[in-house]
Design a protein around this ligand. Structure first.
Ligand code: NAP
Length: 335
């Protein structure tokens, strides 16, 4: 595939802006860039590689003559327009949840399963941001010792819910510090100075959308359909970077030293694990970084093959923008 013309849908959003930064930083080869969003922000001016671009409204015609479309808008927009883009001859990389469980749509994290790109039929889905970081930390452990059980608790940043959620958080902080009652519209409850165990809508089984993303997407990415995964996902009052406490059990014994050695050499992972010097991953340090940071490695005290990890990554970066640009780079490199 030769990429000449790239379109970005959702160019004014948090993920869209990060994608533009990553495309610039990595000198992604493109000859034409079309920036699209809703009618609300049509006309917005955006600088990219020292050139001014004007954001246009997403229409069916806007996707004509495009080679690659990066979707970073809501799932409904992807569901409607991604098939149209494919019909018009483009390949689609979708950051939304629209196609993550669709048959014949590969879910890709380039460091884990680049081979799935060979099988795409026009649309390639990006996993949920928190799945990407958890799966990257677990992949080398699974390869070496075969995971049998994974239990995840997440501490997710508010930017995972988009710009309006971050603006609401910001306003709540101002209101509370000025003794005013905070407005709550975007997230289900006040998030400033709070912890909310609901990321996404509840499904009929009492799990939330983000919990089910971890449960369904982690085995898919690891190529382990029978792997038993469960999760509890919560928002914490931070703008950027998700943290996750990950407990896993393996079929074969893996010492902490062996796990550490594996993670030290795992692509996309940065090991930060020196408890004697109080060194471990932290959300404020992971923000704007490419790597998924892993630390707090320790053996479970009751279960012989049980291992605990603390996994932190910038949700807008490796959780979305970097992953999609790396996937596009791999597509370009396909023969
Ligand atoms: N935030 C994360 O950490 C993260 C990580 C991985 C994946 N994702 C996924 O990435 C997508 C974008 O997330 P975000 O956080 O960037 O959200 P966001 O900040 O709310 O941005 C949403 C973007 O979508 C555009 N948009 C909305 N309705 C549209 C329509 N009808 N037609 C065209 N464009 C439309 C918006 O344009 P306007 O400016 O015109 O409203 C804006 O550019 C979501 O599907 C999200 O689930 C997010």
């Amino acid at each position: 595939m030769k990429i000449a013309h790239v379109a970005l849908v959702g160019a004014t959003g948090m993920v869209g802006e990060e994608i533009l930064r990553v495309l610039e930083e990595r000198a992604f080869p493109l000859s034409q860039l079309t920036l699209l969003a809703s009618r609300r922000s049509a006309g917005t001016r955006v600088d990219f590689r020292s050139q001014r671009h004007v954001v246009r409204p997403l229409t069916r015609d806007a996707l004509d003559d495009v080679d690659l479309v990066l979707f970073a808008a809501d799932a409904e927009t992807s569901s409607t327009y991604a098939p149209l883009a494919v019909h018009a001859g483009a390949v689609v990389l979708d950051c939304s949840s629209a196609f993550r469980s669709a048959p014949h749509v590969p879910l890709c994290v380039p460091e884990i399963n680049p081979g799935v790109l060979q099988q795409h039929q026009g649309i390639i889905a990006m996993p949920h941001s928190v799945t990407i970081q958890v799966a990257l930390a677990l992949a080398p452990i699974h390869q070496a010792a075969t995971l049998t059980r994974v239990i995840i608790a997440t501490y997710q940043a508010i930017s995972g819910s988009g710009r309006r959620a971050v603006q609401e958080f910001d306003q709540q902080l101002r209101d509370l510090l000025n003794f005013r009652p905070p407005a709550v519209e975007v997230l289900p409850h006040q998030i400033a100075f709070n912890c909310v165990p609901q990321c996404g809508a509840f499904l009929d089984n009492a799990y939330t959308q983000d919990e089910m993303a971890l449960i369904v997407e982690t085995p898919t990415l690891l190529g382990a359909p029978d792997l038993a995964v469960t999760a509890t996902a919560a928002y914490v009052p931070l703008a950027h970077s998700h943290s996750a406490a990950v407990y896993c059990e393996t079929a074969q014994r893996l010492s902490v030293a062996e796990a550490r050695a594996l993670l030290e050499h795992a692509p996309g992972v940065a090991l930060e694990d020196d408890y004697a010097h109080q060194q471990y991953p932290q959300a404020i340090r992971a923000s704007t970084q490419d790597a998924v940071f892993v630390g707090r490695l320790r053996a479970d005290l009751a279960i012989p093959h049980g291992l605990h990890l603390w996994v932190v990554a910038d949700n807008l970066r490796k959780g979305a923008a970097l992953n999609v640009v790396q996937t596009a780079e791999l597509l370009l490199a396909l023969p």
